[in-house]
Design a protein around this ligand. Structure first.
Ligand SMILES: [Zn+2]
Length: 85
């Protein structure tokens, strides 16, 4: 009989699953005007942080990404930060 070795479900690096912050707190609105909130989803290089890092759900990550793109256009959030070279 073949060995029944089941891989345990891979644990998160930090031991717990991250939950989408916007699903937990529906009052938090995703808006391009809220740049302080958006800064949290932008890396120090200016890139949008991936969903697997932020723990957002697909729906909210999409909204965050769109809000960041609008905010970038309005120069509230930088496209790149050069001084990190
Ligand atoms: Zn969500």
């Amino acid at each position: 009989m073949a060995a029944k070795i089941r891989m345990k479900k891979k644990n998160n690096k930090f031991g717990r699953k991250k939950k989408c912050r916007f699903c937990i707190n529906p009052k938090m609105e995703i808006s391009f005007k809220n740049e302080r909130m958006l800064q949290r989803y932008v890396s120090d290089r200016g890139k949008i942080v991936a969903r697997r890092v932020t723990g957002n759900c697909a729906k909210h990550q999409r909204r965050v990404a769109n809000a960041i793109k609008v905010a970038r256009f309005l120069a509230l959030v930088p496209y790149v930060r050069e001084h990190y070279r």
